[in-house]
Design a protein around this ligand. Structure first.
Ligand SMILES: [Zn+2]
Length: 300
């Protein structure tokens, strides 16, 4: 397949900005996490204190992973030339040091959902991450990967981490186990087929999950996360907000804490804001955790 360089201009598809939809619609009864509410439009815009999240239902460990079943045990795509993990995720979906005494605590995890969409938006995000020597997780949807495998390859080639965000961006918390399994495993398969290794991180669209979603993610070797610091960039389509860079920066810094799991999206205004956001975070003494240093086997 032809690879596009980041700079290559390809026609911009104007996507109807279907507000990426991290709405507050999650099935709280089945996913009582603090993070998902903090990340959504909690009026206070501040991160909720950590609440214990429901333990993921035990996976039926005998069930074969529907994907990733190839003989060649591929390295996880996020991973791990880095050797030993230095961080783990806690129940609030924050990224915390495994060894508090030896590892920098003041880090954030950068994440970009709902790609890959188009090179015009993606390229500046990748360039800005490079400028700040930052790594991030790009949570992708299968139907978008199918349209733009070259963009997935670009993300991978630039040393960024690919995460699973379901095939269709649906509310998995409302779906059957069979549907959930297909939504997740099809993404595992297409990512592996495209870049050679499957994701090890999973984020449910809309933060919507149920016990089956947790169990199936675990079956597939995926670390399940929502977020703990929502940029609210998904609410900024249209002209209502004049200075989107300022708004995104403020939303993130209002909720900022050590280990913040920051939710952003592949959106043009987020791409424009990113340099300022990352500079602000650096000025506040934060560094950007490499997803490859997170212990994905440690699901809280
Ligand atoms: Zn999404």
């Amino acid at each position: 397949m032809r690879r596009l360089s980041a700079a290559a201009a390809i026609p911009v598809l104007l996507y109807a900005l279907s507000a990426c939809g991290h709405s507050n619609s999650e099935d709280r009864a089945s996913l009582p996490t603090a993070a998902s509410s903090a990340g959504t439009q909690a009026p206070s815009a501040s991160a909720s204190p950590a609440l214990p999240s429901a333990p993921a239902a035990e996976a039926a460990s005998s069930a074969p992973a529907a994907s990733a079943s190839s003989e060649e045990s591929a390295e996880p795509s996020s991973a791990a030339d880095n050797g030993v993990p230095l961080y783990r995720m806690n129940a609030n979906y924050d990224i915390v040091p495994i060894d508090k005494d030896k590892t920098e605590r003041k880090v954030v995890l950068l994440t970009f959902d709902d790609g890959p969409k188009d090179s015009t938006t993606l390229a500046p995000i990748l360039d800005t991450l490079d400028k700040h020597h930052a790594k991030a997780i790009f949570f992708v949807n299968g139907y978008r990967v199918k349209k733009h495998p070259e963009l997935l390859q670009e993300i991978f080639d630039r040393g960024q981490t690919i995460g699973n965000h379901s095939w269709d961006h649906i509310q998995l918390g409302k779906e059957s186990a069979d549907t959930i399994r297909k939504q997740l495993s099809d993404v595992q398969d297409i990512v592996k087929a495209t870049v050679g290794s499957p994701p090890v991180f999973f984020r449910p669209p809309h933060g919507s999950g149920n016990a089956d979603t947790h169990a199936i993610a675990k079956e597939l070797g995926l670390l399940y996360m929502t977020w703990s610091d929502g940029s609210l960039d998904w609410e900024m389509s249209g002209d209502k907000i004049k200075d989107k860079t300022a708004a995104i920066t403020r939303n993130i810094t209002d909720q900022l804490h050590a280990g913040s799991n920051i939710l952003m999206h592949e959106l043009s205004w987020t791409a424009e804001a990113l340099d300022s956001v990352l500079t602000t975070l650096e000025d506040k003494g934060y560094s950007f955790v490499d997803p490859g240093l997170i212990d994905v086997s440690d699901q809280p």
